[in-house]
Design a protein. Structure first.
Length: 419
């Protein structure tokens, strides 16, 4: 495809998908689209780019970046928030990374993050949460947190099926719910906004399948289905039931449910099996704190996953540290968990670690595990030596406060030293 407003790198090859195996075929010099993002994206994007380039180079590879646009930068260049060129570039090149994009509260355009995930069918939002040595935390033993959340990306209340108060459409839905469906004593009188919460067997099973596959591939002990099925029995409760169906019907002896574990094995877990269990969402928020080490992989719906992964991120030092990525079939878009923080835009002060570590997930997806490990080790070495950005420096004794760009330089130095 030719692009009108994107400068395609002169060098580099495309990442392709082997249709027979379903596996990516990754050259040593791939073209990778990057969206810097809004607000502090203009700072953290180049910082992450610099570190990832260094890790690739240190392991005998080269990343050829293709700068693509969404949000404010796209409005300036295309007069729209999410140009077709950007979506097509990510589709064509299969693996990309982006910074934060601004979503106004209550008004304005719909979430660009959600829009990208839907257009690219990136159905699993994956957020690894682990502590780095030297990062201050509000809990006494942050090292106990080593968990990966698989959050379904396309359904639930984030599907965007809702109607605004005062419109003819919301009145039609209200009348249907009350008169045709018999819920005539549920909705209060006066203005009302109504939304629909779809949970499908298809969406649930492919998400849970992905979580179980990850647990098996990475020697994790358990996958926990998190839901509020005690109240929302036919949506979140069905998510739980369909999740167990995947575990019981598709994996044989590789997966065992918690009930079977206790009924047939007195709690003794087979060495090579993954245990699938479930927890109620509000209780799970408590257990993140009280039984942190009991949880390996979480599989849950969109809204629950948003809450849980942010709460888990707080335990390891905050969202400035927390990475994430969106997975589809043969496609990935890495992105940090934090927002765009526009008041800090261009100040060269915010922490780029979350975007750097999101790039680490991207490197793992490419099969470049050596480069990915190098990124984590270099980031940890930098922070543990006391070279940090302002958000961590103010919480530490005898730390050296660095600008965003200076921090990136320090991480690159450690990449080169450790390689």
């Amino acid at each position: 495809m030719s692009y009108e407003k994107i400068d395609v790198p002169e060098d580099g090859e495309k990442i392709t998908l082997n249709e027979d195996t379903g596996e990516l075929e990754v050259p040593d010099d791939p073209i990778i689209p990057i969206i810097y993002g809004d607000g502090v994206g203009s700072d953290v994007g180049p910082a992450a780019q610099q570190v990832l380039e260094a890790a690739a180079k240190a392991t005998g590879r080269e990343i050829n970046w293709m700068r693509v646009y969404a949000g404010e930068s796209a409005r300036e260049r295309y007069d729209e928030n999410l140009p077709e060129e950007t979506v097509e570039a990510i589709k064509e090149h299969r693996v990309a990374i982006k910074g934060p994009l601004t979503t106004p509260v209550g008004a304005g355009f719909r979430s660009l993050n959600v829009g990208l995930r839907k257009l690219l069918d990136l159905y699993a939002n994956v957020r690894p949460t682990y502590h780095l040595d030297g990062v201050p935390s509000p809990v006494s033993e942050p090292e106990k947190m080593d968990m990966v959340t698989f959050r379904e990306n396309t359904e639930d209340v984030y599907a965007g099926i809702e109607w605004e108060h005062g419109t003819d459409e919301v009145q039609q839905v209200k009348e249907f719910v009350e008169e045709d469906m018999g819920f005539d004593d549920v909705i209060h009188d006066g203005p009302v906004g109504i939304g629909v919460k779809p949970i499908t067997e298809f969406g649930t099973k492919r998400l849970v399948r992905r979580a179980i596959d990850y647990a098996l591939e990475h020697d994790r002990d358990s996958v926990t289905l998190v839901h509020k099925g005690n109240i929302m029995k036919f949506t979140e409760g069905q998510f739980r039931d369909w999740g167990y169906e995947v575990a019981e019907e598709e994996y044989g002896d590789e997966v065992i449910t918690e009930d079977t574990l206790w009924e047939e094995r007195d709690g003794e877990q087979p060495a090579d099996a993954v245990v699938v269990n479930d927890r109620i969402a509000d209780n799970m928020l408590q257990q993140l704190l009280t039984r942190t080490e009991n949880y390996d992989v979480i599989a849950t719906m969109n809204l629950n996953g948003d809450y849980l992964s942010d709460a888990a991120g707080a335990q390891i030092g905050g969202l400035g540290i927390a990475p994430g990525a969106n997975f589809g079939d043969g496609r990935l878009l890495a992105e940090p968990v934090h927002g765009s923080a526009p008041k800090y835009e261009g100040q060269d002060k915010v922490n780029p670690t979350a975007m750097i570590l999101s790039g680490r997930i991207m490197l793992e997806y490419l099969g470049w595990d050596d480069a990915a490990d190098l990124v984590r080790d270099a980031v940890e070495e930098t922070i543990s030596s006391g070279k940090v950005t302002y958000d961590l420096e103010r919480q530490l004794d005898d730390a050296e406060k660095l600008a965003t760009s200076e921090y990136a330089d320090a991480v690159v130095e450690n990449v080169e030293k450790l390689s």
